[in-house]
Ligand binder design. Sequence first.
Ligand SMILES: [Zn+2]
Length: 90
Amino acid sequence: MTEGSDTPRGTDMSGKTDEAWLAGRRAELDDVEVALAALDDGSYGRCQGCGEAIEQDRLAALPATRYCDRHRDLGSSPGPGVPGDQARAG
Ligand SMILES: [Zn+2]
């Protein structure tokens, strides 16, 4: 008998994918935790980029988002090239 001939989830060959997937899940988890903290703090629904209220439609689609539609680039792209000029102006 042979086994493991057609396994869709092999941790040996798809290490990269697993890491990327984990990174995405961790990022989501982090957003949720921050959102929960904001709920407790009373600042939930406010953009951390400009401090104004996040659009209701956006909150409905992304309940854990920390940025309004204008500043969504600040949170959605974890890669390099983040324009942090306005973020730390205060
Ligand atoms: Zn904003």
